[in-house]
Design a protein around this ligand. Structure first.
Ligand SMILES: NC(=O)c1ccc[n+]([C@@H]2O[C@H](COP(=O)([O-])OP(=O)(O)OC[C@H]3O[C@@H](n4cnc5c(N)ncnc54)[C@H](O)[C@@H]3O)[C@@H](O)[C@H]2O)c1
Length: 263
């Protein structure tokens, strides 16, 4: 069992989905956690009520450096300097490029990419001072390869992957690690919003089949990898873009093994 009793971790997007599953795991490992989000689900409220000494919430839009600064001060007052960041706040969005309104492109880039930058920038001061820290960004398999109709989302997530590599390069000598997690399709409220409607059933089946394990992922499975990267168990891991994707990015599955009678 990973112990994180000496850690203070900010989780953006902690009100829901992958961020919330991460908070649950971090709290169980003994960390003190601050969720920065524009919304919170009942699941978050239950966690915060059950662990009032370990869980803090601040309403933060990650596009606002002013809101981030105020929230960071509150974390310092309650828990002390930040040792870990999980940048999970994000939105879906895009479409084939010729039909994407400029404002929509900008919204997705601002939240997914610039928001990640602003939060990392804010917490790095604590980490540089302590010569210690772990930053985990949440990119996507769609930040590693193209995906039909992805445009703004894919561009933002590819940006997150390379921004994270740069953090690893720039701050490694100061004892600060940075890694990107690239989830496959994970069953969260975002997933439901994009793929949940009846009209998406066929596409949903095709996407599921791209995961070589033959199923979508669970938020807790992404949270497990995030927790590993925050902990000293990954003390020599930095600059990695880690797919947590059930084999989605392993390569193409064309039905040959079925033809050969292997599965
Ligand atoms: N679910 C998937 O299949 C999947 C796959 C790959 C990557 N991801 C990424 O994982 C991360 C978490 O997504 P999720 O699936 O848990 O979705 P989710 O919608 O359940 O959670 C996203 C959270 O981000 C918050 N958020 C949105 N805009 C914000 C803003 N401006 N400021 C602060 N918070 C904001 C939302 O309120 C929400 O709580 C996202 O970055 C997403 O792109 C998800």
């Amino acid at each position: 069992m990973i112990g994180l009793e000496d850690q203070v971790v900010v989780v953006t997007g902690g009100g829901s989905g992958i961020g919330l599953a991460t908070l649950e795991r971090l709290v169980a490992a003994g960390a003190r956690v601050a969720a920065w989000d524009v919304a919170r689900t009942d699941g978050f409220d239950e966690l915060a009520t059950a662990h009032p000494d370990q869980v803090h919430f601040a309403e933060v839009d990650v596009r606002s450096s002013v809101a981030i600064g105020a929230a960071l001060e509150a974390v310092h007052d309650r828990f002390g300097p930040v040792t870990g960041l999980v940048a999970a706040a994000g939105v879906a969005g895009g479409g084939p490029a010729h039909g994407v309104p400029e404002e929509e492109w900008q919204r997705v880039i601002d939240i997914n990419l610039t928001g990640t930058f602003l939060c990392a920038k804010a917490v790095l001061a604590d980490m540089v001072e302590a010569r210690r820290g772990s930053i985990v960004t949440i990119a996507s398999v769609e930040g590693l390869e193209g995906a039909e109709g992805g445009s703004a989302y894919n561009a933002s997530k590819a940006g997150v992957v390379n921004f994270t590599r740069n953090l690893a390069i720039d701050y490694g000598r100061l004892g600060i690690r940075a890694n990107a997690i690239c989830p496959g399709f994970i069953e969260t409220p975002m997933f439901d919003a994009v793929l949940g409607s009846g009209g998406m059933a066929e596409v949903r089946g095709k996407i599921e089949a791209q995961h070589k394990l033959g199923r979508f992922g669970r938020p807790s499975e992404v949270a497990a990898a995030i927790t590993f990267l925050l902990s000293d168990e990954s003390s020599f891991v930095s600059g990695v873009a880690l797919p947590v994707d059930g084999g989605y990015t392993a390569g193409h599955s064309l039905g040959l093994v079925e033809m050969m009678g292997l599965v």
